[in-house]
Design a protein around this ligand. Structure first.
Ligand SMILES: Nc1ncnc2c1ncn2[C@@H]1O[C@H](COP(=O)(O)OP(=O)(O)O)[C@@H](O)[C@H]1O
Ligand SMILES: Nc1ccn([C@@H]2O[C@H](COP(=O)(O)OP(=O)(O)O)[C@@H](O)[C@H]2O)c(=O)n1
Ligand SMILES: [Mg+2]
Length: 212
């Protein structure tokens, strides 16, 4: 269970900090592995709030923020935006939402993301959902996603795959060493993938006993 300390409240109220305890699940996997699709299902069945780092960054571009051009250029190149920017967006979204359970989709994507989130928010994930899928299948899905995204073209897709292998997989390996990774075969049809996801989110009898 993590804690967000509301910085604005701290300023407004001196030492009386408002603390909100939150549960976070990181949802990771290569581009096109089905993170967004499965998060929508999890929200419906398990009452989490879905925060997609990529969606928050794209909204920031649209809002005309001073970082917009930098973010847009990095996304076009498949590069990872500096943590400072992404973490601020995630923190704000968590503070603005009264829910205490969040799916953080597409974050952390590199070691810098991971370490900075932990030190800034003090939050560690309950577990990490990892959608495992072949590049061949992910490429097929991205090329037919049709959401008008500037990064869903073959040149940028290749760059994103390289970044995933070099920077994001090591984060998954890090959590794997801590026993936090729940790996899902994401190459199957959406419904079958969700059956496997459900099993991860449904408490088992032994969990119930441990909690009692
Ligand atoms: N299990 C699946 N089988 C086939 N297509 C899928 C599956 N899951 C998602 N898709 C499709 O693949 C594309 C990428 O899925 P998305 O959820 O946006 O992935 P991500 O967020 O990991 O990039 C979308 O067009 C989506 O409809
Ligand atoms: N933690 C993150 C997440 C996304 N991004 C950027 O946003 C792009 C799209 O991320 P996304 O999560 O929406 O992409 P998908 O994996 O869903 O296809 C990435 O390729 C990065 O350029 C980032 O810089 N840092
Ligand atoms: Mg996505």
């Amino acid at each position: 269970m993590g804690t967000i300390i509301d910085a604005a409240d701290k300023v407004a109220n001196g030492n009386s900090l408002t603390e909100k305890k939150v549960k976070v699940v990181f949802v990771l996997g290569g581009p096109g592995s089905g993170k967004g699709t499965q998060c929508a299902n999890i929200v419906e069945h398990f009452g989490y709030t879905h925060l997609s780092a990529g969606d928050l960054l794209r909204a920031e571009i649209k809002s005309g923020s001073e970082n917009g051009t930098m973010i847009q250029n990095m996304i076009k190149e498949g590069k990872i935006v500096p943590s400072e920017v992404t973490i601020k967006l995630l923190q704000r979204a968590m503070q603005e939402n009264s829910n205490d359970k969040f799916l953080i989709d597409g974050f952390p994507r590199n070691e810098e993301n991971r370490a900075a989130f932990e030190s800034v928010t003090g939050i560690g994930p309950e577990f990490v959902l990892f959608f495992d899928c072949s590049e061949e299948e992910m490429e097929r899905r991205l090329l037919s996603r049709n959401q008008g995204r500037e990064d869903d073209n073959i040149d940028t897709i290749r760059k994103r795959f390289k970044v995933f292998l070099e920077s994001s997989l090591p984060v998954i390996e890090y959590y794997s060493l801590n026993g936090k990774v729940r790996k899902i075969d994401a190459a199957k049809p959406v419904g079958e993938v969700f059956e496997a996801v459900k099993a991860v989110f449904t408490p088992t009898e032994s969990d119930d006993k441990a909690a009692a």
